[in-house]
Design a protein around this ligand. Sequence first.
Ligand SMILES: *[C@@H]1O[C@H](CO)[C@@H](O)[C@H](O)[C@H]1NC(C)=O
Ligand SMILES: *[C@@H]1O[C@H](CO)[C@@H](O)[C@H](O)[C@H]1NC(C)=O
Ligand SMILES: *[C@@H]1O[C@H](CO)[C@@H](O)[C@H](O)[C@H]1NC(C)=O
Length: 300
Amino acid sequence: MRCFVVFFFIGCYLETISATLTRLEDTVDLTWSFDNDTIYWTNSQPFVFTRKIAEIRRDGVWYAANEFCAGEHGGTHFDAPYHFNKQGWKVAEIPLSRLIVRGVKIDVTEEVELLKDKALLLPEHLEQWEEDNGSIPKNSVLLIKFGWSKYYSNKTEYLGIDQQDNLNFPGLSEAAAEWIVKSRKIVGVGVDTASADAGRDINFPVHRILSAHQIYVLENVKIPAAFPDTGFILYVLPMKIQDGTGAPLRLIAIPHDSDLVPPNLKIVAMSPAVPIYSHIIIILSSVVLLVLYSSSNVPE
Ligand SMILES: *[C@@H]1O[C@H](CO)[C@@H](O)[C@H](O)[C@H]1NC(C)=O
Ligand SMILES: *[C@@H]1O[C@H](CO)[C@@H](O)[C@H](O)[C@H]1NC(C)=O
Ligand SMILES: *[C@@H]1O[C@H](CO)[C@@H](O)[C@H](O)[C@H]1NC(C)=O
């Protein structure tokens, strides 16, 4: 019995150590900067940044101010459900409880290496992910890494623009979008491509399926090469455009056990990280129990 208790404590301890290794080390910005080269859909107003004033005024005070003009859907941006659902939420209507949430990441870069722009996220990938990592937490955002961020600096390659001006890049399958809806756990989906729908899906089936269930979409997310599958919270902060169908987005991932997590997030945060003193308590109690156990077995 005592032996069991000791191993139980040691087991718990090892468990907490291994869990911390899969977490984000630091806060990560998943946003591309906006400038005149930012990628926008061809029919959309691109981001135009105009320097207006940058000078030392007569009273010696530095003063600088610029102007910008932009469509809603370009660069790292947010698609409100209203974009493809007349009854869907507009940008300013999204509840905050759905914007500061747990995040999970699924990596399908292997699929993309094989099939290039024809690759699709399939329900099988999501099922395999849950088998390996456990169930996707409720109220989370699913980031899908196609490994496409590496093309972002070249619009032709990133959008896969061919000779007929068609777009070619990977995306979600309709079946995966349906899986996401049925799971009832995911409030938003983020991709490191220009659209949740594959480039060639010009009828936007994935957008329509997700937005019919108030699930928002994050596009042109900058997903770094090394990024964990779980263990982070996302701050999904679109510009609060009152009637926006979408908006420029600031997307930040923070380790879920970080001190930066405001207290109201504790309800959605994963099992809290074990503070250092409890590691010490667990080790000490294991040692004490071990000593007790072995001394009780010493022959008299
Ligand atoms: C961005 O493009 C606009 C319009 O072409 C131009 O007026 C402006 O100077 C450019 N801004 C920068 C920083 O190059
Ligand atoms: C999560 O699932 C993916 C896909 O099945 C797998 O490659 C990865 O190793 C899993 N992560 C962990 C920490 O088990
Ligand atoms: C972008 O990629 C295309 C297609 O690979 C290539 O032809 C073009 O030269 C690239 N442009 C730049 C600025 O590198």
